[in-house]
Write a protein that binds this ligand. Structure first.
Ligand code: CA
Length: 223
């Protein structure tokens, strides 16, 4: 669950990054519009938090270019109270949601989850797969009604695979979703997490596609 935070205000950026990291997100933090564009081109993000007033290139331009390239990544625009005109412009350009400064971090995290859900056409907040029930809000996992304790990274990996049910995700893609820039990654990290997930949730859930990556197959209802 890797997100891009584009915010030039140091205090707000720092607090937002920290708040999202404690809620299980890997966060890349960028402070100008040109670097934001480069980061978006280079990485896959689950969501982008975009301030509008930015140095070098404003947020609406970043958003317009992103949608022009055909990207459907959820974008949450961070606005000040008096930016109503920008809000209208942002909606027209393909923003998914708005959050007004100063914002509550729990609310921000909930809005990010909702945007990701909508992007994946999933109306319900829980991810349910057979007897497995995952609640991204409380970060709890139950199987046959029994709570299964997972570490933050194991949980993030499981959610990533469930959100992409029916698609093979490469090891590199999964690594990207777990770590922000500058974080140390052990070369076998993903394999280790998959091993732990299989031990806790059964061998059948996550399949290895040799040379390609990992998959949780879609259920009979397509989910
Ligand atoms: Ca700003």
């Amino acid at each position: 669950m890797r997100v891009l935070l584009v915010e030039d205000d140091l205090l707000l950026g720092k607090a937002t990054r920290k708040g999202l990291e404690t809620r299980g997100y890997a966060v890349d933090w960028i402070r100008d519009g040109v670097s934001a564009e480069a980061a978006i081109a280079a990485h896959d993000y689950e969501a982008i938090l975009l301030d509008l007033g930015l140095p070098r290139q404003d947020g609406l331009t970043v958003l317009a270019k992103l949608r022009k390239r055909g990207s459907s990544v959820p974008v949450l625009v961070i606005t000040a109270r008096d930016e109503v005109a920008d809000k209208v412009g942002g909606l027209d350009l393909g923003a998914d949601d708005f959050i007004v400064k100063p914002f509550d971090l729990d609310e921000l995290a909930a809005r990010i989850r909702a945007s990701i859900r909508r992007a994946n056409h999933r109306p319900q907040s829980h991810l349910v797969h057979g007897t497995l029930d995952v609640d991204p809000a409380s970060r709890t996992v139950t199987m046959n009604g029994t709570t299964i304790p997972l570490t933050a990274h194991q949980f993030a990996l499981l959610v990533q695979l469930l959100e992409a049910r029916g698609q093979v995700l490469s090891k590199a893609r999964l690594e990207e979703s777990l770590y922000g820039w500058g974080e140390e990654i052990e070369s076998n990290t993903v394999e280790v997490y998959i091993h732990h997930l299989r031990r806790k949730l059964g061998k059948e859930l996550i399949k290895t596609i040799h040379g390609a990556g990992y998959i949780i197959e879609a259920g009979p209802d397509g989910h």
